[in-house]
Design a protein around this ligand. Structure first.
Ligand SMILES: *Cc1c(COP(=O)(O)O)cnc(C)c1O
Length: 420
């Protein structure tokens, strides 16, 4: 109790999670046909087999909250509460979803205004936390007790962490060559994890089969409607961080594309709220040359992308041979005046190395891919060096195998200090 008789707030309590605020979801909508679906009941894909998008009463939000009110709140993901689907704050299982910083990388980028949005600072070390914290809260709200998911690593880790905390059972399937640390962190955080002799869509097929048998709820990316709402906060955050405007270009490492689609949706909602103007960044969907289904479809002028056979790349997070939201990625990229770009593994590794050595920022390989693509775009005249550009580094570089460092010193011999 404080002197005036009120209970003191325990240290670290988050006002964004304790204050009561109304939510504004009106319905869900099929991203292909526009068909409406009821909110507040469990859904996977639409009847057309496509992702469902959450729709809000934006006019209601506009009256309820202003840019200034939002600006005064604690700067974490829950600051965007009115633009998010969770109805009851009590269903949110938070591990501290902070706003991630924008870090300039002047030395390694070759541009004068290149910022890395460093998503590696989030819980479980990747931006998958944004999507999974949201999807998990909604699963809890809608009474799900068992979840299965295919993953290339980071999504499984985030799911395991949040679900264990919420007391929800999880079964996770990953390709057998998923980075070792990912498989182990998934297990360490309480999920049952299985290495499968196939790629992520092969894992997805197992999840779909079990879901059809009623064994669990399918949490594959874009196959449930709420991960995208969590990932959307990257776009909201970016606008707020840049003073309610957007950069000239965004380079996004694209696997399932949830983040790119989510940001595009965020920009649309922000404009309808009157919080930003009509200008949009050029969206660059970056893929690895060894798995580039979106790039191939973009270049062929197609609306959907064929499965990429024999997919391989060091950037495990973007090794996604087939994306259920392919047409949404391609639409956003085209409407924005951007492109889909492929970069080879050597360029990815060189970019990671360069950024760490010269700018002191350790990117994950997927983040390295965005830097490699930016440098390529700069050389090709696709971007100007003085344009403001945001690259997404979606996980901490510490999760990935690092180059060896083998030099040893024998302290019992005479040390030649000149050679150190
Ligand atoms: C999942 C992941 C991606 C791809 O994200 P999508 O939004 O699914 O395209 C990129 N980088 C890393 C590190 C990831 O874990």
């Amino acid at each position: 109790m404080t002197a005036n008789g009120r209970t003191a707030k325990p240290g670290g309590m988050n006002d964004n999670l304790t204050a009561h605020r109304p939510t504004f979801v009106t319905h869900l909508e099929c991203s292909l046909t526009g068909e409406h679906y009821e909110a507040d009941t469990l859904h996977n894909l639409s009847r057309a087999g496509r992702p469902l998008l959450v729709r809000y009463d934006l006019a209601g939000i506009r009256t309820a909250v202003s840019r200034e009110t939002l600006g005064a709140r604690q700067t974490d993901l829950w600051r965007w509460r009115e633009l998010l689907p969770v109805r009851h704050t009590g269903n949110i299982v938070s591990l501290g979803e902070i706003e991630t910083p924008l870090i300039p990388i002047p030395a390694s980028s070759g541009g004068t205004r290149v910022l890395v949005k460093d998503e590696g600072r989030l819980p479980t070390g990747s931006f998958k936390a944004r999507g999974l914290v949201m999807a998990l809260a909604m699963a809890k709200e809608l009474g799900v007790t068992r979840i299965a998911m295919p993953t290339n690593g980071n999504a499984g880790a985030a799911l395991a962490a949040y679900a264990s905390r919420a007391g929800i059972e999880t079964i996770v399937f990953c390709p057998e060559d998923t980075p070792e640390v990912n498989v182990r962190e998934i297990a360490a955080q309480g999920a049952r994890v299985w290495r499968v002799n196939g790629l992520i869509d092969d894992c997805g097929a197992i999840v779909a089969k079990g879901a059809a048998e009623g064994r669990w709820f399918d949490f594959s990316t874009l196959k449930e409607p709420y991960r995208i709402e969590g990932k959307k906060t990257m776009g909201l955050e970016l606008a707020a961080q840049l003073g309610w405007r957007l950069p000239h270009a965004i380079f996004y490492p694209t696997g399932g594309g949830t983040g790119l689609i989510g940001m595009w949706k965020a920009f649309d909602e922000l404009e309808r709220l009157g919080w930003i103007g009509a200008e949009r960044p050029r969206m660059y969907a970056v893929q690895a040359a060894g798995c580039a289904p979106i790039v191939r479809a973009f270049e062929a002028g197609e609306e959907h992308a064929e499965r990429w056979e024999d997919a391989h790349t060091v950037a495990a997070g973007i090794r996604v041979p087939r994306a259920v939201g392919d047409f949404l990625i391609l639409r956003a990229v085209r409407q924005s005046g951007g492109k889909a770009l492929a970069v080879g593994d050597p360029a990815i590794l060189a970019a990671v190395d360069d950024c760490a050595r010269r700018d002191g920022l350790l990117l994950c390989p997927e983040g390295g891919a965005t830097l490699a693509a930016y440098r390529q775009a700069l050389r090709d005249g696709e971007v100007d060096e003085d344009e403001e550009v945001v690259l997404f580094n979606c996980a901490t570089g510490l999760k990935y195998p690092l180059p060896t460092a083998e030099q040893r010193l024998d302290r019992h011999t005479v040390i030649d200090f000149d050679m150190l």
